[in-house]
Design a protein around this ligand. Sequence first.
Ligand code: MSP
Length: 665
Amino acid sequence: MENKKFYITTPIYYPSDKLHIGHTYCTVATDAMARYKRLQGYDVMFLTGTDEHGQKIENKANEAGVTPQQFVDNIVEGEKGVKDLWKLMNISYDRFIRTTDDYHMTSIQKIFKKMYEKGDIYKGSYKGKYCTPCESFWTESQLKDGCCPDCGRPVTDAEEEAYFFRLSKYADKVRDLLENTDFLLPRSRVNEMVHNFIEPGLEDLCVSRTSFKWGIPVDFDQKHVVYVWIDALFNYTTALGFLNDRYDDSDYNKYWPADVHFVGKEIVRFHSIIWPAMLMSMEMPLPKHVYGHGWLLLDGGKMSKSKGNVVDPYLLAERYSADALRYFLLRDFPFGSDGNFSNELLINRINTDLANDLGNLLSRTTAMANKYFEHSLPAEQASGKEDEDIISMAGALRGKYEAHMEKYAFQSALAEVFAVIARANKYIDETAPWTLAKSEETKPRLARVLYNLAETLRICTVLLTPFMPDSCVKIFDQLGVPSELRTWESAAEFGLMSKNASLCKGENLFPRIDAAKELAELEALQEAKKAAADTEENAKETNTNMPAPMEITDHEEEISFDDFCKIEMRVCKIMNCEAIKESKKLLKLSVFDGERERCIMSGIAKWYKPEDLIGKNIGVVVNLAPRSMMSGKYVSEGMIFAADTTDGDASIAFYNDDTVGMRIH
Ligand code: MSP
């Protein structure tokens, strides 16, 4: 009988910079899922890759003085590049796609043409703000102080010929898909999509640009390049040979539709609205699930190269092992929600779970087998009343684990395994093997205790294999587990190992970390990085010529209308603005709220110069309780509106003069 299929993907990453721990998180989760399905006997296709076109890459390459192709080649294939990172992290992908691969480009041209011929892509005009010297189109919201964000010069209204995808045509079908199926997971993401994007009305999507070249040309109208998101999304099918001859399209027939796309929450919109709409247009089957995972945050905010706060997975994996890092990422953070990364959490997790609980259990078990029985347990064994609990827990573990894994709840699956490991450690205390070893009479009981420990460890290790593949092989070896007992099937049953199990104490797999020392060292390394980032001229992401992405928001808890009315927001004029010597981050603003001037301290110094702000009108929350800052030297009496951009930058909206003092609702 043919194996069941399982097709899983990561997003394809932008090779505009080295990848960080956030990217690693998603890839490690996908890898764990792929390995879990392989363990279960599925025929798995695991795809990852890189999304290499677009204005940002073109700009970055220009800055670096190399061609875009050279630029991406270096980040993808170069030393400590994307592929090296995945090798270090032990990522078992089956296929790696680069959107600059010829076969992919050919397929995308055919796909674009198909939708055009069908009438779902049509030629129209794209209205925006144009900066003549930069030859760039901008949307209103991308302008800085009403001017071109690149060069600061004035812009003019302009129109440009462009192709559009009839997204509006598919709005009802997409809504139905989101609301009435389990296409988008976790369920909590559905409301956000429907509320923010579908209900306000889906507009047709601009899917071609003419103002930069680094993209896939529309083959029947060469001055246009295909919108990067069409180029990117269809990777999931072109990598299977869809409309190309690089791969036999039998892979497409075999694996498509995907079982699940794992994607970060900010790109859920592309995967749950635009992607199914385009597949509907192409009359292709839809993926079974899109899972929108949360972000790893640092100090509560998004990691960004420009803040100099990206966490380097390379450094951590080389220091603590890929397995320890993989385990930590999937054990500490619930996959569907955001989590705050810190070195302290990482080190604590390694010390408590891996060094203490798992590491100790293994070394105590094997050491006792060595010491009391010279490795091999005798067949004569005696059960005891303490056995029942541990045997039933270990026997039931696979079922519980599977239920969590099927819901992509890695954290809970691992918690179940470690509950059994903790139980096994307690079992050692309860049975006190060192006392049993004192008399020949109790040796059969001692043998049984060690056997039970080895069996419990065996079952746990099978289930930990998708998370820590290398370490698990070493654990199996120390426990003398034959290959047929390292399988998914064998994890369902307690007592399968031969009673004469032969155990052998080996290397310490998870050495304890000196937390204070390591934290100090990591901090020093990170400070050095931050300093480097501060001095570096931070080239901003300008995937600008694409239509502005709809705002992606991270929603707070719902509040009542009455609560909302308590927030007083007004347009205020910035009368004065200055940097302060005590802080590099803060600017001190003096704003007029229509009645009086108030002082506001705002952490925007990195993005705005005081002289650029004076005279501008901004939105301010004016009834926030005053806050004393810099040891009481300043009192801030309000909060200005600034959007967090996807880069981690801040962007302030400005208002016209005739609105100063007006309330904002
Ligand atoms: N190229 C697009 C994806 C196209 S898929 C057809 C893209 N690339 S990206 O490099 O910017 O991001 C790739 C993935 O990394 C996204 O899913 C994103 O959510 C994830 N992460 C980037 N930073 C992250 C964290 N700090 N935490 C968790 N995941 C985050 O978007």
